[in-house]
Design a protein around this ligand. Structure first.
Ligand code: PRP
Ligand code: URA
Length: 211
């Protein structure tokens, strides 16, 4: 599917296997969390392919060489609460020094509009921001979060999700054509309640055991 050239569908059998197990309604909180963390790590591996580097002198047992190390403090993780929290640890495994901000958003049950209820950001100027949320449904939450992030002038914004649908991808792209979207799966559609189908249900509730 080529809805958007900034769309990166990370179609990998390891990822597909783990998302399939997340979808299973019999999968409990512990396993659901583990799969979210592992999938986030694999999406992060793709999203962090190119980062600014600093030529650095390294002394090997044989000679002195100049190697490129990743520039310190160049990445910020911004999970959208609650469900985005489930993706943080996987990416911190790759880049443990990244700062982590938080954006609280909930979807109004009647209008499906995203409402912001919390925001705590580190400095974003000149940083690569990984915006994290496992679900891209109507695109309302991600679009509102990106709008907010842009006011803090980051260098680049990459949105990482586990399950998306064409409608959400189109909306997010229409609102913010300059960001990259990394998704593990692109599902069929939204149902009348704006849930992704086949989907995996309510990601926040399944991560935190609240239903
Ligand atoms: C879910 C999900 C996204 C949003 C996606 O969060 O984690 O943030 O819905 O839907 P959208 O693309 O239509 O905006 P929810 O509002 O259920 O909050 P929660 O993470 O606290 O459960
Ligand atoms: N939020 C979720 O957690 N799941 C969906 O399917 C849609 C929005």
């Amino acid at each position: 599917m080529n809805i958007n050239s900034n769309l990166k569908h990370i179609n990998h059998c390891l990822i597909n296997h783990k998302v399939s197990l997340m979808r299973d309604k019999g999968t409990g909180t512990k396993e659901f969390r583990e799969y979210a963390k592992e999938i986030a790590l694999m999406l992060g591996y793709e999203a962090l392919r190119e980062l600014p580097t600093v030529p650095t002198k390294i002394v090997t047992p044989l000679e002195t060489t100049t190697q490129n190390l990743i520039k310190k403090d160049s990445v910020v993780l911004l999970p959208i609460l609650r469900a985005g929290l489930g993706m943080v640890d996987g990416i911190l495994t790759l880049i443990p020094t990244a700062a982590v901000g938080h954006i609280g958003m909930y979807r109004d049950h009647q209008t499906f509009e995203a409402k912001e209820y919390f925001c705590k950001m580190p400095t974003l100027t000149d940083k690569t921001v990984l915006l994290l949320d496992p679900m891209l449904a109507t695109g309302g939450s991600a679009s509102a979060a990106v709008k907010l992030i842009k006011t803090h002038k980051p260098k680049k914004i990459k949105f990482l999700c586990i399950v998306s649908v064409p409608y959400g991808i189109e909306q997010l792209t229409k609102n913010h054509s300059d960001i990259e979207i990394y998704t593990a799966c692109i599902d069929r559609e939204l149902n009348a309640d704006k849930y992704i189908v086949p989907g995996l249900g309510d990601a926040g509730d399944r991560l935190f055991g609240t239903k």
